[in-house]
Design a protein around this ligand. Structure first.
Ligand SMILES: O=C[C@H](O)[C@H](O)[C@H](O)COP(=O)(O)O
Length: 254
């Protein structure tokens, strides 16, 4: 493993292990997620070799993801042409015991969900901070909701009526005004009280029905496995069936 330390080392561990186990030579149409963990996914795929990667097409989940693919010299594909993917690998803001995820911390969850749904296998890679029993344990910013700008005020009202009293429009940091997604929409972050997160699919359905909602950053019953890099150099692998496997540090050194 490379000489990274801390959180980045954990992200790299998760990403490298997931790629080694789920991006096999027979996998040709591959979805690349967004965020700070997926660069380690791309680096591990590149390490599989130019000859094999020339037989593959890589689909992005947004501007950052597209730049990762292009800058790595991998072949860019479009979902219009490659609508059935072999595997999509992506990060997550938090994952619960049933592999339900909060995603959208980087406002990319619409295209991410399209590519996750279109893949035979959807895999999550993250550092140990994302590994929770229940959503909302560590990710306190709320459920990211991509919304059409025309409806954001009415949606703030309706989300607050729904129980997200502190729902807020996500504002830019290095930009005056709200964050604008790759799709030209706004994002509302909608926190809920912890008990609501015990049934994330209910929150998902309720939010999705609100007029003006484009997509909700809750990915329920979608991931086949989640790989978490740990501080001690091991990787925890959780499967959708609830089973857990651990790959110890020495396994990588072998
Ligand atoms: O919108 C962004 C995506 O959902 C990311 O995959 C998610 O925020 C996790 O990002 P990171 O790998 O940087 O923690």
């Amino acid at each position: 493993m490379s000489g990274l330390a801390g959180i980045d080392a954990a992200k790299q561990l998760a990403a490298w292990t997931a790629v080694d186990e789920h991006v096999l030579p027979e996998h040709k149409i591959i979805g690349i997620g967004s965020g700070s963990t997926v660069p380690f996914v791309v680096e591990r795929i590149v390490a599989q070799g130019k000859e094999l990667n020339q037989t593959r097409v890589f689909l992005p989940t947004g501007f950052q993801s597209k730049e990762l693919i292009v800058n790595a010299g991998l072949t860019l594909g479009d979902i219009d042409q490659y609508s059935d993917l072999d595997v999509t690998i992506d990060g997550a803001d938090e994952v619960d015991k049933s592999l339900n995820c909060i995603k959208g911390g980087g406002a990319c969850h619409l295209r991410e969900k399209v590519l996750a749904e279109a893949a035979d296998t959807f895999i999550i890679v993250a550092d140990y901070r994302k590994n929770s029993q229940t959503l909302g344990t560590t990710w306190k910013q709320g459920v990211p909701v991509e919304v059409t700008p025309f409806a954001y005020v009415s949606l703030l009202k309706n989300l607050r009526k729904m129980g997200s009293e502190t729902a807020t429009l996500r504002m830019g940091k290095a930009k005056a005004g709200p964050v604008v997604t790759d799709n030209g929409n706004f994002v509302i972050d909608a926190p809920f009280r912890s008990t609501r997160y015990e049934k994330p699919d209910e929150i998902l359905r309720e939010i999705k029905m609100l007029t003006g909602v484009v997509e909700v950053g809750l990915f329920c019953h979608m991931a086949k496995a989640a790989y978490f890099g740990n501080e001690d150099g091991s990787v925890t692998i959780r499967l959708a069936d609830g089973s857990v496997r651990k790959k110890e540090r020495q396994d990588f050194l072998a």
